[in-house]
Ligand binder design. Structure first.
Ligand SMILES: *Cc1c(COP(=O)(O)O)cnc(C)c1O
Length: 236
């Protein structure tokens, strides 16, 4: 238990992740500031989230609307932005739109419609990513790679939605090298999306890479890596 509240432990972890991110960016010939560190803080306490907000993490990633709401209300992010990275149910959209700076997990027309409606009601423009199930795994959310185009077409007609790019959770491996071909497929999909010049897009965000795979993701163009256990330790 003590470890969970040990700020030295979390600070060390963030410093190590940052160092490895910079090395991977340098290897890829990219600037370190081209890649944001998103702290995936699902299930962590207010105290843990708040102490990590004092460290060089760029944004927080929440999986559940209730946790986002609680952390935001309590000021746990210390003014840093929060992204929604978990699966989003249509009936929870109202509480996430306008609060999450970016929703990573849009994977159906129905969800996209609900986000547009909520954003219109709130008179905001909601930034979103489309989640792609790049490994074609039945257990995972996200659309198949070739099903992403109807989402882009639909968003083109939505005044309160802006598509910033793509997100993926490829099959899990212990070793980032095995993930790299999936990240390369995502990079290619992103390139095609840019070539197609859809309306209501600013395609500057490729969200991919977690604790076991973020270096491989950075090599293939990730602009946001989402790190949970690498920052906070194993979940209980
Ligand atoms: C938990 C989670 C992460 C972080 O995973 P780790 O392997 O703990 O780094 C990243 N993305 C999403 C969507 C998550 O739910």
């Amino acid at each position: 238990m003590a470890l969970l509240f040990d700020s030295g432990y979390v600070a060390d972890n963030v410093a190590k992740i940052r160092f490895r991110m910079e090395k991977a960016a340098a290897t890829a010939g990219r600037r370190p500031d081209e890649v944001l560190l998103c702290a995936a803080c699902k299930g962590r306490t207010y105290e843990t989230v708040k102490l990590s907000a004092e460290l060089p993490v760029d944004v927080f990633g929440e999986n559940r609307m209730q946790e986002l709401d609680a952390h935001l209300t309590a000021g746990a992010y210390l003014g840093k932005p929060c992204h929604f990275i978990g699966h989003l149910q249509t009936n929870k959209v109202n509480k996430v739109v306008g609060k999450a700076a970016l929703i990573h997990s849009v994977d159906s027309l129905r969800l996209l419609d609900a986000i547009q409606a909520a954003a219109a009601r709130q008179k905001v423009i909601q930034d979103v990513l489309f989640e792609v199930n790049i490994g074609g795994e039945p257990s995972k959310h996200g659309v198949a790679a070739d099903e992403v185009w109807p989402l882009f077409d639909a968003a083109a007609g939505m005044c309160n939605v802006r598509v910033r790019g793509l997100m993926a959770i490829p099959p899990a491996y212990d070793n980032g090298l095995e993930s790299q071909r999936y990240f390369a497929m995502m990079r290619r999909l992103m390139e095609i999306a840019k070539e197609r010049r859809f309306e209501n897009t600013v395609l500057d965000t490729l969200s991919m890479g977690m604790t076991a795979s973020f270096e491989a993701a950075i090599l293939e163009g990730a602009t946001v890596v989402r790190i949970g256990t690498g920052i906070y330790g194993a979940r209980e």
